[in-house]
Ligand binder design. Structure first.
Ligand code: ADP
Ligand code: MG
Length: 385
């Protein structure tokens, strides 16, 4: 293979950040198949909305982007919306405005009827009764549909981070009711909303009938083989030589998290001289960790009291550990360990596998382990230990 010149670095294919579509979207084929079959049933008359749920930075936004792309290639009218902390009324208005803008941009609107309805929707009082609001939004969508039904098979609307809406449960119910109204009038619309795993679990417990109405798509950790592909494929495409062991190591360090993968791979790529080798890995890892510490780990650490950190490290070091073995390792009272474990579970720092515990985020575990060692070293130097 040819020697890589420095200008290749300007093409770093790995993107540290959030909501940035990766050069290779790895490991989501199975969930995208569910999506495609949902699109098909919408077109053939039995719509069921989708709820994409997952932890922070697990890839929800990127999955929605991919769904939009699929919907677009299948010729559906595709509208992408992003939620912010807002009331239900402004949330719905934003969807209407974006939908209208999309249809208008494609030159599909023939008369002023949709515009009139949009203005009516926007000028409704804040305390409008929810049913009236639902009916008006339904009418707006139906009017849009009347203008485009001869041109397209269905409408797809994505809603990123629906749990940011003030009353997100109400928002989900609203979307469901509107879809049902539309279904009765033969108007094929499908919504895909994303939300945090935590929010999903809470509404599932409180309002199981509501979550049952949505097709859940869980965005979870990626398998090592998928993570490896997310590194290999862009490198193949750029014809960049790499050491297979380094690719595997980046995937291992990422611990299933696509966000870490992009971050680590980005800095390793930046440090590359002629190929992705162990030197690039060592230097890139150090740089990547510097940013992760500042932006992710340090703020996360602030919410964890010292005892919980000690327990977290014990779990991290053992891989999979039982309650009694944690007790032996940390030498803290039983009750305190039990309540710490409960809190760590709530904060999704650990996972329980039958009667044993494992850490959720290994890279963060490694960070806390080093932090505790440093703190203990400092105390020793200051003569406190
Ligand atoms: N399947 C994937 N394969 C490779 N990289 C991914 C994948 N999903 C997400 N990423 C990367 O992880 C980052 C975080 O994903 P994002 O969709 O923003 O997460 P979330 O919306 O769940 O917070 C993205 O910027 C992207 O680069
Ligand atoms: Mg997101």
């Amino acid at each position: 293979m040819e020697t890589v010149t420095r200008n290749v670095k300007t093409l770093n294919p790995f993107r540290p950040g959030i909501g940035l579509f990766p050069s290779c979207l790895a490991g989501r084929v199975a969930v995208l198949n569910i999506f495609s079959s949902r699109l098909y049933s919408t077109i053939t008359g039995s719509p069921r909305n989708i709820l994409v749920c997952g932890n922070k930075r697990m890839g929800k936004t990127c999955l929605l982007i991919k769904m939009e792309e699929i919907s677009f290639t299948k010729k559906l009218l595709t509208v992408s919306t992003i939620t912010s902390p807002e009331r239900l009324k402004s949330f719905v208005e934003n969807i209407a405005v974006r939908l209208y803008a999309e249809v208008k941009a494609q030159g599909m609107i023939e008369n002023g009827e949709c515009e009139k309805l949009l203005i009516r929707l926007q000028t409704l009082p804040f305390d409008v009764h929810i049913t009236e609001f639902e009916l008006m939004f339904t009418e707006f969508l139906l009017t849009i549909w009347k203008n485009i039904d001869s041109l397209i098979p269905a409408i797809f609307i994505s809603i990123d981070d629906i749990d940011l809406v003030d009353n997100a449960t109400k928002a989900l119910l609203f979307i469901h009711n509107v879809t049902q109204n539309l279904y009765r009038k033969n108007c094929p619309v499908i919504f895909a909303a994303s939300c945090s795993a935590d929010f999903y679990e809470r509404i599932k417990q409180k309002h199981p009938k509501l979550t049952d109405r949505y097709e859940p798509i869980e965005v979870t950790k990626l398998l090592p083989s998928s993570l490896e592909n997310a590194i290999r494929v862009p490198l193949w495409e750029l014809e960049i030589p790499y050491d297979e062991a380094v690719v595997k190591e980046i995937a291992r360090l990422s611990g299933g998290f696509p966000f870490y993968l992009q971050h680590l791979a980005h800095y390793v790529f930046e440090e590359m001289q002629t190929e992705i080798d162990t030197l690039a890995l060592r230097r890139g890892y150090e740089k990547a960790m510097r940013y992760l510490k500042r932006d992710i780990f340090a703020p996360l650490e602030q919410d964890i009291p010292f005892n919980e950190k000690t327990i977290l490290v014990a779990i991290y070091e053992e891989g999979l550990i039982s309650f009694s073995d944690i007790l032996k390792r940390v030498r803290l009272p039983r009750g305190s360990v039990a309540s710490s474990l409960r809190r760590l579970k709530e904060k999704q720092m650990i996972q329980q596998d039958k009667k044993r515990y494992r850490i959720y985020d290994k890279l963060f575990g490694e960070y806390i382990q080093k932090k505790i060692k440093e703190e203990k070293g400092e105390e020793k130097r200051n003569g406190l230990l």
